[in-house]
Design a protein around this ligand. Structure first.
Ligand SMILES: [Fe+2]
Length: 173
């Protein structure tokens, strides 16, 4: 659907990107996306825009609300830009107030390679996510019998919700 060559040319670098560079690149890549041309049918869509030596990027457009659950990016940092709709990102914090931030169309954020977060996509949200270095895996977190578990998933696997961990954090004193 997309002219991959234009995205690949835009992404060309000689180094792994910093979180801020990922965010800037997500913003630039958004200018190459024609929102009217996006396929809006089906429950979910995520499309690889490019993957090269130093970064990779996904265009996500969700026709239903979506909770990614808490996950890490396997050692990659990330920059996210919102093209349409609204999303939130919640960092995993323990013993501190929740850190939930909302972003509307035109908004962007970056996260370091060390972080664990959860994203909420409102119905119809369209986002670009740039990861550097390219994703090796996604770590999915949840609480099982009171223990925090991490399960390694593929980069192209949609992150599932983490109801046990979300419940546990909601009930923290
Ligand atoms: Fe993420």
């Amino acid at each position: 659907m997309k002219d991959r060559g234009r995205f690949q040319a835009l992404a060309l670098r000689d180094h792994d990107l910093t979180p801020a560079e990922c965010m800037e690149l997500a913003r630039s890549a958004a200018e190459l996306v024609e929102l009217d041309g996006l396929e809006r049918e089906g429950d979910e869509a995520f499309e690889l825009l490019w993957r090269d030596e130093h970064s990779e990027a996904w265009l996500n457009h969700w026709s239903e609300p979506r909770d990614t659950g808490f996950h890490d990016h396997g050692g990659s940092c990330v920059g996210v830009h919102v093209l349409e709709g609204r999303v939130c990102s919640e960092a995993l914090v323990v013993g501190a107030p929740p850190q939930l931030r909302e972003y509307e169309a035109g908004g962007s954020f970056a996260a370091p390679a060390t972080g664990i977060h959860r994203m909420g996509h409102e119905q119809g949200a369209v986002t670009i996510h740039v990861y550097a270095p390219p994703l090796r895996e996604i770590g999915h977190y949840d609480v099982v019998n009171g223990e925090l578990h991490r399960r390694a998933g593929r980069p192209d696997e949609a992150s599932p919700p983490s109801p046990g961990l979300s419940d546990a954090l909601a009930h923290e004193p």
